[in-house]
Write a protein that binds this ligand. Sequence first.
Ligand SMILES: C[S@@+](CC[C@H](N)C(=O)[O-])C[C@H]1O[C@@H](n2cnc3c(N)ncnc32)[C@H](O)[C@@H]1O
Length: 221
Amino acid sequence: MQRIPEPELMDSEAQTLAYAQSNFSESNQMFIDILLAKCPDLPSTGSAWDLGCGPADITIRLASALPGWQLTGLDAGANMLLRARESLVDSPQAAQISLRQAYLPDPELPKACSDLLISNSLLHHLPDPNSLWQSIRQLGKSGARVVVMDLYRPESIQAAAALVAKYVADAPEVLKTDFYNSLLAAWTVTEVKQQLTDNGLTQLQIHTPTDRHWLVSGRLE
Ligand SMILES: C[S@@+](CC[C@H](N)C(=O)[O-])C[C@H]1O[C@@H](n2cnc3c(N)ncnc32)[C@H](O)[C@@H]1O
Protein backbone atom coordinates (compact mmCIF):
# COMPACT_ATOMS: atom_id res chain seq x y z
CA MET A 1 0.00 0.00 0.00
CA GLN A 2 1.33 3.42 -0.93
CA ARG A 3 2.16 5.81 1.92
CA ILE A 4 -0.26 8.70 2.46
CA PRO A 5 1.53 11.42 4.50
CA GLU A 6 -0.22 13.16 7.39
CA PRO A 7 0.02 16.86 8.22
CA GLU A 8 3.33 17.26 10.01
CA LEU A 9 2.21 19.18 13.10
CA MET A 10 -0.93 18.38 15.10
CA ASP A 11 -0.94 21.59 17.07
CA SER A 12 -4.42 23.11 17.20
CA GLU A 13 -5.72 23.50 20.74
CA ALA A 14 -8.44 20.87 20.10
CA GLN A 15 -6.00 18.34 18.61
CA THR A 16 -3.43 18.73 21.35
CA LEU A 17 -6.09 18.47 24.07
CA ALA A 18 -7.60 15.32 22.52
CA TYR A 19 -4.14 13.79 22.17
CA ALA A 20 -3.06 14.70 25.71
CA GLN A 21 -6.29 13.29 27.17
CA SER A 22 -5.98 9.98 25.32
CA ASN A 23 -4.77 6.94 27.14
CA PHE A 24 -1.60 5.65 25.47
CA SER A 25 -0.33 4.18 28.73
CA GLU A 26 -0.01 0.63 27.40
CA SER A 27 2.21 1.43 24.41
CA ASN A 28 4.05 4.23 26.27
CA GLN A 29 4.93 1.90 29.15
CA MET A 30 5.88 -0.82 26.65
CA PHE A 31 8.33 1.70 25.14
CA ILE A 32 9.93 2.28 28.56
CA ASP A 33 10.00 -1.45 29.41
CA ILE A 34 11.72 -2.31 26.12
CA LEU A 35 14.16 0.58 26.56
CA LEU A 36 15.17 -0.64 30.02
CA ALA A 37 15.50 -4.22 28.73
CA LYS A 38 17.63 -3.11 25.75
CA CYS A 39 19.81 -0.82 27.92
CA PRO A 40 20.33 -2.80 31.16
CA ASP A 41 23.63 -1.06 31.93
CA LEU A 42 22.56 2.60 31.89
CA PRO A 43 24.65 4.70 34.29
CA SER A 44 22.93 6.32 37.28
CA THR A 45 23.27 9.82 35.76
CA GLY A 46 23.04 11.08 32.21
CA SER A 47 21.28 13.28 29.71
CA ALA A 48 18.42 12.14 27.50
CA TRP A 49 16.42 13.88 24.77
CA ASP A 50 12.88 12.93 23.74
CA LEU A 51 12.37 14.10 20.14
CA GLY A 52 8.76 15.02 19.31
CA CYS A 53 7.85 14.58 22.97
CA GLY A 54 4.21 15.71 22.56
CA PRO A 55 2.48 15.94 25.97
CA ALA A 56 5.58 14.36 27.58
CA ASP A 57 3.98 11.20 28.96
CA ILE A 58 6.93 9.08 27.84
CA THR A 59 9.39 11.77 28.98
CA ILE A 60 7.89 11.66 32.48
CA ARG A 61 7.85 7.85 32.57
CA LEU A 62 11.52 7.78 31.54
CA ALA A 63 12.45 10.39 34.17
CA SER A 64 10.72 8.25 36.77
CA ALA A 65 12.67 5.17 35.64
CA LEU A 66 15.99 7.11 35.59
CA PRO A 67 15.86 9.36 38.68
CA GLY A 68 19.46 10.57 38.33
CA TRP A 69 19.04 11.72 34.73
CA GLN A 70 18.20 15.09 33.17
CA LEU A 71 15.80 14.99 30.23
CA THR A 72 14.94 17.44 27.47
CA GLY A 73 11.54 17.10 25.82
CA LEU A 74 11.69 18.70 22.37
CA ASP A 75 8.68 19.45 20.20
CA ALA A 76 7.87 21.88 17.38
CA GLY A 77 4.30 22.49 18.53
CA ALA A 78 3.68 25.40 20.92
CA ASN A 79 0.28 24.05 21.99
CA MET A 80 1.67 20.53 22.43
CA LEU A 81 4.36 21.96 24.70
CA LEU A 82 1.65 23.74 26.70
CA ARG A 83 0.07 20.31 27.30
CA ALA A 84 3.50 18.99 28.32
CA ARG A 85 3.94 21.89 30.76
CA GLU A 86 0.52 21.11 32.27
CA SER A 87 1.54 17.45 32.73
CA LEU A 88 4.67 18.57 34.55
CA VAL A 89 2.90 20.86 37.03
CA ASP A 90 2.13 18.15 39.57
CA SER A 91 4.78 15.69 38.48
CA PRO A 92 7.49 14.61 40.94
CA GLN A 93 9.75 14.38 37.86
CA ALA A 94 9.36 18.08 36.93
CA ALA A 95 12.82 19.06 38.19
CA GLN A 96 14.42 16.47 35.89
CA ILE A 97 12.73 17.69 32.70
CA SER A 98 13.17 20.79 30.57
CA LEU A 99 11.02 21.45 27.54
CA ARG A 100 12.32 23.02 24.36
CA GLN A 101 10.48 24.23 21.29
CA ALA A 102 12.39 23.39 18.13
CA TYR A 103 11.54 22.21 14.64
CA LEU A 104 13.70 19.32 13.44
CA PRO A 105 16.07 19.42 11.71
CA ASP A 106 17.65 22.32 13.60
CA PRO A 107 21.39 22.92 13.15
CA GLU A 108 21.27 25.40 16.07
CA LEU A 109 20.61 22.57 18.54
CA PRO A 110 23.64 21.45 20.54
CA LYS A 111 25.96 18.77 19.20
CA ALA A 112 27.04 15.54 20.92
CA CYS A 113 25.26 16.46 24.17
CA SER A 114 23.06 13.44 24.88
CA ASP A 115 23.65 9.92 26.25
CA LEU A 116 20.22 8.64 25.21
CA LEU A 117 17.97 9.70 22.35
CA ILE A 118 14.38 8.55 22.28
CA SER A 119 11.44 9.23 19.99
CA ASN A 120 7.97 7.74 19.71
CA SER A 121 5.46 8.34 16.92
CA LEU A 122 7.38 11.23 15.37
CA LEU A 123 8.88 9.66 12.25
CA HIS A 124 5.62 9.13 10.38
CA HIS A 125 4.85 12.86 10.70
CA LEU A 126 8.05 13.98 9.01
CA PRO A 127 8.06 14.88 5.31
CA ASP A 128 11.75 13.94 5.27
CA PRO A 129 12.57 11.02 7.61
CA ASN A 130 16.26 11.92 7.47
CA SER A 131 15.39 14.88 9.75
CA LEU A 132 15.00 12.50 12.68
CA TRP A 133 18.01 10.28 11.97
CA GLN A 134 20.31 13.26 11.34
CA SER A 135 19.07 14.99 14.51
CA ILE A 136 19.90 11.84 16.48
CA ARG A 137 23.40 11.88 15.01
CA GLN A 138 23.74 15.59 15.81
CA LEU A 139 22.57 15.39 19.43
CA GLY A 140 24.07 12.05 20.42
CA LYS A 141 27.42 11.60 22.07
CA SER A 142 29.66 8.87 20.72
CA GLY A 143 28.20 5.60 22.05
CA ALA A 144 24.83 7.19 22.91
CA ARG A 145 21.89 4.83 23.15
CA VAL A 146 19.02 5.23 20.69
CA VAL A 147 15.46 3.95 21.07
CA VAL A 148 12.90 4.99 18.43
CA MET A 149 9.43 3.51 17.99
CA ASP A 150 6.61 4.17 15.55
CA LEU A 151 3.77 2.45 13.76
CA TYR A 152 4.37 0.45 10.61
CA ARG A 153 2.19 0.71 7.54
CA PRO A 154 -0.13 -2.28 7.04
CA GLU A 155 -0.35 -4.11 3.71
CA SER A 156 -3.74 -2.67 2.77
CA ILE A 157 -6.40 -0.18 3.85
CA GLN A 158 -8.48 -3.18 4.96
CA ALA A 159 -5.66 -4.24 7.29
CA ALA A 160 -5.45 -0.67 8.62
CA ALA A 161 -9.20 -0.61 9.25
CA ALA A 162 -8.92 -3.96 11.06
CA LEU A 163 -6.27 -2.52 13.41
CA VAL A 164 -8.53 0.46 14.14
CA ALA A 165 -11.37 -1.95 14.98
CA LYS A 166 -9.07 -4.08 17.13
CA TYR A 167 -7.40 -1.33 19.17
CA VAL A 168 -9.52 1.84 19.23
CA ALA A 169 -13.09 0.68 18.59
CA ASP A 170 -14.37 2.51 21.69
CA ALA A 171 -12.22 5.64 21.31
CA PRO A 172 -13.59 9.05 20.25
CA GLU A 173 -13.99 9.44 16.48
CA VAL A 174 -11.15 11.97 16.28
CA LEU A 175 -8.70 9.41 17.69
CA LYS A 176 -9.92 6.61 15.45
CA THR A 177 -9.34 8.85 12.42
CA ASP A 178 -5.96 9.93 13.74
CA PHE A 179 -4.85 6.30 14.29
CA TYR A 180 -6.06 5.27 10.81
CA ASN A 181 -4.31 8.20 9.15
CA SER A 182 -1.14 7.49 11.15
CA LEU A 183 -1.14 3.85 9.96
CA LEU A 184 -1.41 5.01 6.35
CA ALA A 185 1.39 7.56 6.88
CA ALA A 186 3.69 5.15 8.67
CA TRP A 187 6.95 3.80 7.24
CA THR A 188 7.44 0.08 6.68
CA VAL A 189 10.28 -1.85 8.30
CA THR A 190 11.96 -2.11 4.88
CA GLU A 191 11.76 1.66 4.43
CA VAL A 192 13.13 2.32 7.93
CA LYS A 193 16.05 -0.06 7.27
CA GLN A 194 16.83 1.92 4.12
CA GLN A 195 16.66 5.18 6.11
CA LEU A 196 19.15 3.77 8.62
CA THR A 197 21.50 2.78 5.77
CA ASP A 198 21.15 6.21 4.13
CA ASN A 199 22.05 7.91 7.42
CA GLY A 200 25.01 5.73 8.36
CA LEU A 201 23.15 4.03 11.20
CA THR A 202 23.33 0.40 10.12
CA GLN A 203 24.52 -0.67 13.59
CA LEU A 204 21.01 0.04 14.93
CA GLN A 205 18.63 -2.94 15.05
CA ILE A 206 14.94 -2.97 14.19
CA HIS A 207 12.27 -5.37 15.40
CA THR A 208 8.48 -5.43 15.59
CA PRO A 209 7.34 -5.74 19.23
CA THR A 210 3.62 -5.69 18.28
CA ASP A 211 1.40 -6.17 15.24
CA ARG A 212 1.57 -2.41 14.56
CA HIS A 213 4.89 -1.09 15.93
CA TRP A 214 8.53 -1.27 14.90
CA LEU A 215 11.28 -0.33 17.33
CA VAL A 216 14.83 0.71 16.49
CA SER A 217 17.49 0.39 19.17
CA GLY A 218 21.23 0.35 19.58
CA ARG A 219 24.16 2.71 20.07
CA LEU A 220 25.80 5.41 18.01
CA GLU A 221 29.39 4.72 16.96
C1 LIG B 1 2.08 11.78 17.43
S1 LIG B 1 2.91 12.98 18.39
C2 LIG B 1 3.89 11.93 19.44
C3 LIG B 1 4.12 12.55 20.79
C4 LIG B 1 4.87 11.69 21.81
N1 LIG B 1 6.18 11.32 21.34
C5 LIG B 1 4.08 10.47 22.20
O1 LIG B 1 4.55 9.35 21.97
O2 LIG B 1 2.98 10.62 22.74
C6 LIG B 1 4.14 13.65 17.27
C7 LIG B 1 4.77 14.92 17.79
O3 LIG B 1 5.84 15.30 16.93
C8 LIG B 1 5.86 16.71 16.82
N2 LIG B 1 6.57 17.07 15.58
C9 LIG B 1 6.16 16.85 14.30
N3 LIG B 1 7.11 17.28 13.42
C10 LIG B 1 8.14 17.77 14.17
C11 LIG B 1 9.40 18.34 13.86
N4 LIG B 1 9.81 18.50 12.57
N5 LIG B 1 10.20 18.73 14.87
C12 LIG B 1 9.82 18.56 16.16
N6 LIG B 1 8.63 18.03 16.53
C13 LIG B 1 7.79 17.64 15.54
C14 LIG B 1 4.40 17.11 16.84
O4 LIG B 1 4.23 18.45 17.26
C15 LIG B 1 3.82 16.11 17.84
O5 LIG B 1 3.80 16.61 19.15
